[in-house]
Design a protein around this ligand. Structure first.
Ligand SMILES: Cc1cc2nc3c(=O)[nH]c(=O)nc-3n(C[C@H](O)[C@H](O)[C@H](O)COP(=O)(O)OP(=O)(O)OC[C@H]3O[C@@H](n4cnc5c(N)ncnc54)[C@H](O)[C@@H]3O)c2cc1C
Length: 394
């Protein structure tokens, strides 16, 4: 089904563009132009067919969307966190699956290699990942351990001059096409360690998960390890414990906070335009109070979220943002985006359920975005623990 021409206009009710530098605006412009040209015309068809548009892997590399904050010497962009956020906003404005591919590659694959890897690992993997020559995935979640990754069963056993990896990971974005996987496993002492697993290693497979009604244009799979021989040099040397994966998740959650907002902005923009054009009872439906209430609440929530992520970006740039602050922004953006997508869909009436407009696709995508990298509930508990000092997880 062909998508309509992308007429997106970015809402900026509080003139927040005045807080951006010329470079940040230029970066946003280039990613927005890319999305209008390469993503919007094709994404609905790929989502309807539940197919990952593999050509975007290289395109996003050319655009500099992988690891934008990683230093240039390793192929990253050497950019600030607001630029990174704006990139994720624009990508997810197109589709959450596209932003997911970029987030996983940059924050969950390149970042751990950059932050916890050896110099050899950085030189071997980062330039290829940054350019999009290779695609990566991040294996933390297991069939029986989602919100509680510390219970993971995937095991890395020392076998003298190499390790043996056994276990399975579930719900892994990019897995079916990935060349490399960052896998979190327990060593013989029960400590969580990061392992770089490469496609082609004997006993390693990545079966696709079918039947998703959400993130249909994103490839999701399992990672299965059946006595995989892991060279010693493939373990990330500079991290042990849950803080390894959690450090990556903080970077990715930061990107999601901006990204989900992008999806919300697209839904609002679509609904606003539709409400001005669609006539019922001899007047545009945007003239009815009930529709105005929805639109007024949408722009209010978008504006509040824009302020939150912008401030968080400043704190990130200053090295002051806490994991709890990032968690709050991720939860807030996902919640407002989910609600806005639903209200936008209602404003579009029957047309809202078709692929003629982006809204239903965003609405379904956001069900994954509000679930992965910590569910809404888990992020509430993170804030709850931070402010009360009590751990309510168990
Ligand atoms: C499309 C998609 C892509 C994904 N990509 C990746 C990826 O690339 N890599 C990866 O590692 N993972 C990935 N995930 C996994 C994702 O992070 C998990 O689904 C998520 O963490 C939740 O885990 P779960 O599904 O096992 O749910 P569960 O942990 O079983 O949670 C079920 C429900 O119980 C609630 N709950 C759990 N514990 C508590 C508690 N203590 N108190 C209150 N409520 C609680 C949860 O909030 C939730 O509502 C992906 C998931 C999806 C859907």
């Amino acid at each position: 089904m062909a998508a309509k021409t992308d007429q997106f206009q970015s809402p900026d009710y509080y003139l927040l563009d005045e807080l951006l530098t010329e470079e940040q605006k230029l970066i946003r412009h280039s990613v927005r132009s890319y999305v209008k040209k390469e993503i919007s015309p094709i994404i609905e068809d790929y989502a309807q067919r539940a197919e990952f548009p593999i050509q975007i892997v290289k395109q996003l590399g050319d655009l500099g969307c992988y690891g934008p904050t990683i230093p240039v010497q390793y192929g990253g962009g050497g950019l600030d966190y607001i630029s990174y956020g704006l990139m994720m906003q624009e990508l997810e404005r197109g589709d959450s699956g596209i932003r997911s591919a970029a987030s996983v590659q940059g924050s969950l694959v390149m970042y751990p290699i950059y932050a916890y890897g050896s110099e050899e690992q950085k030189n071997k993997y980062l330039p290829k990942l940054a350019s999009g020559e290779w695609l990566g995935c991040f294996g933390l979640t297991e069939p029986d351990h989602g919100s509680n990754p510390s219970g993971m069963l995937t095991k890395l056993t020392d076998a003298g001059d190499h390790y043996i990896l056994n276990g399975a990971k579930m719900w892994i974005s990019n897995a079916p096409f990935a060349h490399v996987a960052i896998v979190w496993a327990k060593n013989d002492s029960g400590e969580i360690v990061g392992v770089i697993v490469e496609r082609g290693m004997k006993g390693f497979s990545t079966p696709t998960i079918h039947g998703k009604w959400s993130l249909r244009a994103s490839a999701t799979g399992e990672l299965v390890f059946d006595n995989v021989v892991i060279p010693k040099e493939n373990v990330l040397p500079n991290i042990k414990g849950l803080k390894g994966p959690l450090g990556c998740l903080s970077k990715a959650r930061y990107g999601i906070a901006w990204g989900a907002l992008g999806a919300a902005m697209d839904c609002y923009d679509t609904a606003l335009r539709y409400s001005q054009e669609r006539m019922q009872f001899d007047r545009p439906i945007g003239g009815f109070q009930l529709q105005q209430k929805k639109l007024a609440e949408m722009i209010t929530e978008i504006t509040k979220a824009q302020l939150l992520v912008w401030r968080l970006g400043v704190l990130m740039n200053e090295g002051k943002a806490t994991a709890q602050q990032i968690s709050m922004a991720k939860r807030n953006s996902c919640e407002i985006a989910t609600n806005i997508a639903r209200d936008a869909r209602q404003i579009l009436g029957g047309m809202g359920i078709t692929g003629e407009y982006s809204v239903m696709r965003h609405m379904m995508n956001l069900e994954s975005v509000i679930t992965y990298e910590g569910t809404h509930d888990i992020h509430l508990l993170i804030t709850g623990m931070d402010i009360t000092g009590f751990n309510a997880f168990k």
